[in-house]
Design a protein. Sequence first.
Lengths: 401, 502
Amino acid sequence: MLFWIMPDNAERTQSIMEDFLLDFKKENPGIDIEIKVINRATLWNKIFSLRHLVRSGKGPDIIAMPHYWTELLIKADVLVNLTEFDKTFRVDNYLELLRSHCYKNNTSDIYSIPWWFDITALHYREDHLLQVCNNPQKLLSTWQGMLEACKMLKERFSDVEGYFPMQNSDWRGSLSHRAVLPCIWSRGGFLMDEKENLSGFNVPQTRKGIEDFAALALKGYMPILRERSSLGTISSGYASMIMTRRQGIAMFEGQKANFEVKTLPIPKTGKEYINYLDATNLALIKGPNKEQAALLLKWLTKPENQIKYAALTEVFPSSEASFENFLISSPIRVQNYAHILSSAKTLPSHIASGTLMEMLAEVMTKIASNIVRNDYSVKQLETYLLKEQKEADDILSLYRD
Amino acid sequence: MPRTHLLYDFYRKMSQRFYSFEDLLHHALPIMANYLGAQRISFFNWDEEKSIISLQTTSLNGEIFDLQENIFIDKNSPEIIKFLQDGLMDSPTLDYPVIYALVKWRTPLESLKALTSGKQMRSRYGVLRFERFKKNKIFTQSDKQIILGLCSELSSKINVIEIDSYHMSQLERARALNGLAKLFATSLRLADSLKEILKSIQNTFHFDRTSMYLLDPKTQVVNEAYSADLSGEVKSIDISQNIHRAFSARCPGGDYVCPLITSSDIVLSLPLSMQSNNLGWLVFDNMLSRAKISQEDILSLKQFSTQIALAIDNARLFEKVQELSNYDELTKLCLRRFFNENLSQEIYRSQRFNLTLAIILLDIDHFKTINDTYGHIFGDEALKEVSQVIRTSLRQTDIPCRYGGDEIIIMLPRTTAEEAKHIAKRLSQKVKAIKMNPELTHGQEVHLSISQGIAVYPYDSQDQAELIHCADEALYYVKEGGRGFWANYSDVKNKTDKEENS
């Protein structure tokens, strides 16, 4: 059985998953699992030829994928209808925000099961921030305040070579299209309107939100497109803040740091706090090993295994029971994430959601290059967004049904 | 190991066939890392357009990883100009021993570009990054010489694999296209052909969507459209809905008659033309995946659009011939052979699913006299008018047929005797309401009427010929009884039996 997963734990993904599956293998000695780690960009390209891979017998039997790709894969006719396959599959015991992405739109047929989710938050070193302001929590409540904090921190640590106020959490070292979403949404911008008819690339609020986020790189507060840009971490003292979707408690407590890291919602760029929730769902691929793959899917989504994997990966388990257990196991988690979760938002379950994210990624990559080349301008950004707006509207028109 | 031995060892270990660039890197990187004592080695693709090198593969302590990392690289900066000359560069920012090495190879140009530029190959660059983060052991001059040697060997292997995979993909394409060509040549039924053509294109080229818009040959307006999506399923597009706004928006004047005349990296539109006649368009798009449509695909599809147009034209001609052989030109009603085939199938279906089936046999009253009095032209007009009434008064499943002369037979599937009588009454009324052109009758008003005989399967007969005979008996009864009305065989038989018994 072939299991495609994304690099949830970077270079350690394969070994962590192999260790994690030891118990499953003990319970199911006859099932051989081959794990293939595929990054999100490669996976995106592969899913469009998945039907042909499956037909030639080279496809996976089970995959982990962004939850908002479910509808696309259903349309590609590669996913097993879990409701038809086994009536015991259900998702009503999962967090409400995650449920709609499991179904084929406008039906009660389940095609994917939430595995884990993460949510954006701002983590900061209190010792650093207290050196430049009295009330970090207040200062970091707005985007403008956070940029001011960055400015002060940059001056304060100007003698530390390689220091940036903000650690770049994007694995590619670029401007993350997922990290920019809270800025866009908080401004009132959007990628797709509520009726899912029109895209919002070129609405002023979307552009403003992107400008807000790009300011971090433009003003030199966050490194982009540099070698191994994730180096220069807040743990090593080369950064004071990080905006990441991974939950910060394990990340910093585990290192027994001699400083305190606090967690806040992503500072608001507009009127309200909005934090981006991204989930990873599991789905079975049509093929000869469905029965075995279903056993693995059930095992991976057992509440106790969800909690275990979430802890290993610094994410959150997605079933209601396991999430509650996970949260209340740490009072700090409850304190930090109650507010963040209440303002969580995710992408709609639409065949074009993945495409619109790719388009946003393209815009962010272009402006990242512009910033590094010193030829970034708002006019240039507007040109990129206008082009994407037209294409996105075409896509939404084509795939309205 | 001395440098020459090491390079020979690498050459030997790489002397095997690799089926992809990925395979090659997965094999080579751990070996190279081992020679250099590097804990991590990464291969980056150089995207000159975006001024970025993008991580493709990383090997850490012998294991391969699929991760992402982008680094900005300015080709005009002095450091990069020097890197392009020397082939080696130290890390500008990392604080442990890291060295970058240039890998340069040549790759075949896609056919279309090769045709226009006259060049067959183009240069491509990649970058290897060697990292020693465990013991901070710096890279010596000797290490650097080894790296240059390894890069040179790797470059030559990449050259081979690039040409090899180019030939393989050409071969696969030729095979696939040959299959498509066969299909186009043998497709005769239009609707089936279109579906098969779209399916085959999807299976060969893997587009997100392939659509076909066909023009009505007379009006030159789109009257038929199909599309095959990611699942390979072919559906007809409802052209009354403006769902192809994406394409029409780009047409001059925004008229949907021309679905798409633009082409970009992810959308390609090709006209289907036959002898300067535009039959329609084929539209290929990767709008969801945003994968660029390759020049190779464009070239193949351009060649094939002519064959597809030919296949469509052939299929249309075939349909026309079929229509001519199955339908009467004057009345537009089907001919006897076509009717008999369908009646036979319908009787089988009725038998299988326990259904009733009615037939009506009719003729125009006094048709011979009409012909003799007003001439054949008027007779033909009368026949056309009656046929027109019949064609427009029936359900889609009913089949009317010119059975011979002025005799018309109608098959009414899933119809009872009562329903058939109701239909006969309606036809009779409509025929009576026909107003013939007085110019053809020297100003005289001529009113038409019809006589109709009905027979119903299975009650009157379960045999095809006998059923028609029953309808004929009923028609005879009507004619004998004064014409202009209708009768059902069972009723006629009951009546006759009663008369005989009394």
